[in-house]
Design a protein around this ligand. Structure first.
Ligand code: ADP
Ligand code: TYD
Length: 203
């Protein structure tokens, strides 16, 4: 089973992906917990190119190519082998992030994103959990982390508001999405996510 975690910056995806991986392992599942951009050595190199530096360092079009290149390597080296071995793959962001961050928020590039995706990636997760919350709180949480990977956070709150709306639009359009209220306490969200995924794995 291939599960992706999506949402605006600071919505708690990474925290929840880690807790779900631990929870599923405790229940006896074999789990690969991975992330984008990154998740394979080559893709991690591309990660620092896209996440560091000035917000206007790359155009949205160039980013589509860079994120898709990283995703293709991640798919070949990490995701496909894990799925072929029957493992549960938990991926912190996947193609929906490109649809939103590059496809919708800086011009209407969604068609280009989808065409490149169909040509070069060609798979969708079985389940996508959308961590939805107020962008002002998410951005404050994300800014509290103090890393050099702040390029997208520096686009600001209006940008994150547009991202939230675009994610919710995708969730309405595709059955594989479940929307999670990410504004609650960590343990409460984690419990809901573990119950939801365990049910799906046993059905
Ligand atoms: P994301 O991966 O979506 O950007 P993180 O999991 O890295 O989010 O969380 C961002 C910050 O917010 C971290 O410092 C984390 O400890 C904190 N955090 C995560 N979930 C919650 C929550 N439910 N309530 C309060 N703080 C949280
Ligand atoms: P991530 O490490 O998940 O950041 P955060 O923990 O703050 O949510 O992702 C870093 C940034 O990369 C995030 O702002 C979204 C952006 N991104 C894209 O713009 N397009 C993509 O395809 C992906 C995977 C991420």
């Amino acid at each position: 089973m291939f599960i992706s975690f999506e949402g605006i910056d600071g919505s708690g995806k990474s925290t929840q992906a880690r807790l779900l991986a631990e929870g599923l392992k405790a229940l006896g599942h074999e789990v690969v917990h991975t992330r984008e951009p990154g998740g394979s050595p080559g893709a991690e190199e591309i990660r620092s190119l896209v996440l560091e530096g000035d917000p206007d360092r790359w155009s949205a079009e160039t980013e589509i190519l860079l994120f898709t290149a990283a995703r293709r390597d991640h798919l070949e080296k990490t995701i496909r082998p894990a799925l072929a071995a029957g493992k549960v793959v938990i991926c912190d962001r996947f193609a929906d992030s490109t649809r939103v961050f590059q496809g919708v928020t800086r011009g209407d590039l969604q068609d280009k994103v989808n065409r490149l995706h169909d040509e070069m990636i060609g798979i969708e997760p079985d389940l996508t959990l959308l961590f939805d919350m107020d962008p002002a709180i998410g951005l404050a949480r994300a800014k509290g982390r103090q890393t050099s990977e702040e390029r997208f956070e520096d686009f600001g709150q209006d940008f994150q508001e547009k991202c939230r709306t675009a994610f919710l639009d995708l969730a309405r359009a595709h059955d594989r999405f479940t929307v999670i209220d990410a504004g609650r306490e960590i343990e409460i969200v984690a419990k809901e996510v573990l119950i939801l995924v365990s049910k799906r794995l046993s059905s």
